[in-house]
Design a protein around this ligand. Structure first.
Ligand code: NAI
Ligand code: MG
Length: 398
């Protein structure tokens, strides 16, 4: 069989380190692939005025699978100042290459699984009756609609006349905002389409079925946001009834869910939500299983089979220049496991997850976050594992 080609997108800062270590883990696990590096990130913004060059899009279009580290983004003024002088007159505007990837390839499904590793000192614990300490086992998969809703970018301050006139046709707008002058109004829209809503719901139900989860929870706010959240819940009811009667459909409001997060996180299986609520609930659950050093994600388009797999953390610039990298590579390794599941290599993924689980359970090798040290250059001297030592420990288990 011919080898797969994987487009690596190291990006900036610690994205580069964790990706490099993860490829060593993939090799040790027996995954055979050609890796081609795609240019992305701050460096390319500064040198050519585009953090997501067309050649990178072409590579992904061709090979379909991207393994992404992390990128650096900076505010508008800094973006301008760091641009190469000869590009500064061109009126270029920085925009996030991650959002760019999502939009260009229609990566509308975002999956963020959060699973407890036994023995992780960062696991959430709670007190039980009589002062006992309980460590709930979290195993949830969060499906976040990735392209629409509040992050869709359709927004205005001082909206144009047509928009204002349209808003004035709504009795609630007249009642609540009719007395406010248009210059004092900012509007961010929350648009859901039936097509994308159905896709994210079906992805969630399919996953629940494939991996044996007993419930799918729609985590929105349909009692208040009646049109968008309401549509999502109603469609979920129809899909469940027609095609997934064996899976329970639960309905929670995002605010209540954030409270239940710490009360009974072990009860949830698959969770599905729109863009912003999915972002919120997935960060919440990630906090229960160890935070950024453990949080992985996938973004994909089920029609084209194009997928990008990445840890949810950023480029952590403050650690990027340490002579020995100290950050935890597990989130990136987990993201590579998600890639392997996606390209139908579940056995290799299983081996890698088992190796990570063994290292965490044994507790001898812990990066600074797991050792609960403040992140500083001397953490390795003080007994924490470096990024490379953590990867070595995982490889040794493999
Ligand atoms: P960050 O995720 O890069 O770092 C925040 C803090 O989390 C770090 O200082 C560190 O204490 C901890 N941390 C992150 N990754 C870790 C790991 N693997 N192991 C142990 N600890 C870890 O977020 P921050 O500082 O807000 O942003 C830094 C840059 O990254 C910014 O330019 C931002 O725009 C960008 N960013 C990029 C993302 C991406 O590429 N997907 C996501 C989030 C931020
Ligand atoms: Mg987030």
């Amino acid at each position: 069989m011919s080898k797969r080609t994987i487009v690596t997108l190291p990006g900036d800062g610690i994205g580069r380190t964790v990706l490099e270590e993860t490829i060593r883990v993939l090799d040790a696990a027996g995954f055979e692939a050609n890796y081609i590096e795609g240019d992305i990130g701050w460096k390319f913004w500064c040198s050519e005025g585009n953090p997501l060059p067309q050649r990178t899009l072409d590579l992904l279009e061709k090979h379909k699978i991207g393994l992404f580290g992390a990128i650096t983004s900076k505010p508008k003024d800094e973006a301008f100042d760091e641009l190469k002088p000869e590009l500064q007159e061109k009126g270029l505007v920085y925009s996030s290459p991650i959002v760019g990837l999502r939009q260009h390839f229609g990566l509308d499904i975002c999956l963020r699984p959060c699973r407890t590793y036994k023995g992780n000192p960062l696991n959430f614990i709670k007190r039980g009756a009589g002062g006992t300490v309980e460590e709930p086992e979290v195993d949830v998969a969060i499906f976040r609609q990735n392209t629409e809703g509040l992050y869709g970018g359709v927004e205005w301050s001082n909206p144009p006349k047509q928009v204002y006139d349209a808003l004035m046709t709504h009795p609630k707008f007249v009642q609540n905002f009719g007395d406010t002058s248009v210059e004092e109004i900012s509007v961010s829209t929350r648009i859901f389409t039936k097509k994308a809503t159905e896709r994210i719901l079906r992805a969630a139900f399919d996953y629940a079925k494939k991996y044996g989860y007993k419930s799918v929870t729609v985590c929105e706010k349909p009692n208040v946001i009646r049109e968008t959240s309401g549509m999502m819940y109603k469609m979920a009811q129809q899909i469940q009834k027609a095609d997934f009667p064996e899976i329970e459909l639960w309905n929670t409001n995002i605010d209540a869910q954030m409270m239940w997060l710490t009360k009974n996180p072990e009860n949830y299986g698959v969770i599905v939500a729109g863009n912003m609520f999915g972002d919120i609930v997935s960060d919440g659950f990630a906090g229960l299983i160890g935070g950024l050093g453990f949080a992985c994600s996938a973004q994909y388009n089920p029609e084209t089979g194009i997928g990008v797999f990445e840890p949810t953390h950023g480029s952590a610039p403050k650690y990027a220049d340490y002579s020995v990298s100290i950050v935890n590579p597990i989130a990136m390794v987990e993201s590579a496991c998600m890639m392997l599941d996606f390209i139908d290599e579940p056995d290799i993924a299983k081996r890698m997850r088992k190796a990570v689980a063994d290292v965490v359970k044994e507790g001898k090798v812990r990066t600074y976050d797991m050792a609960k040290m403040p992140g500083r250059a001397d953490v390795v001297e003080r007994g924490a594992a470096s990024t490379k030592q953590m990867a070595d420990a995982i490889i040794a288990k493999l």
